[in-house]
Design a protein. Structure first.
Length: 93
């Protein structure tokens, strides 16, 4: 399954806008209904996109990750953000 996370950075001084969509592939393990129910009860991921987490006990749901930046799976593609900031003349750290 491929998840896509969008990122837009607007420099309000120059009007320059950078946009990207970061794909991230995941392979889920084959889980039984009992395992899924136990995960939902313990980790309570209902406020998360897709009702799962890749951190904490959520890691047990996955077989494999494939992508540039695992942070994009949980919401903010940090590697792309650093690239955008560099273009705007902001270097980190």
């Amino acid at each position: 399954m491929t998840f896509h996370t969008g990122l837009c950075l607007l420099n309000t001084q120059s009007g320059h806008c950078q946009v990207t969509v970061e794909p991230f592939e995941v392979s889920f393990r084959q889980l039984g209904a009992e395992q899924i129910e136990r995960y939902l009860k313990v980790d309570e991921p209902y406020g998360c996109a897709g009702s799962f987490k890749s951190e904490a006990l959520g890691i047990t749901l996955f077989e494999r990750f494939n992508g540039r930046d695992p942070n994009s799976l949980i919401g903010l593609p940090l590697m792309a953000l650093v690239d955008f900031l560099l273009v705007e003349g902001i270097t980190l750290p």
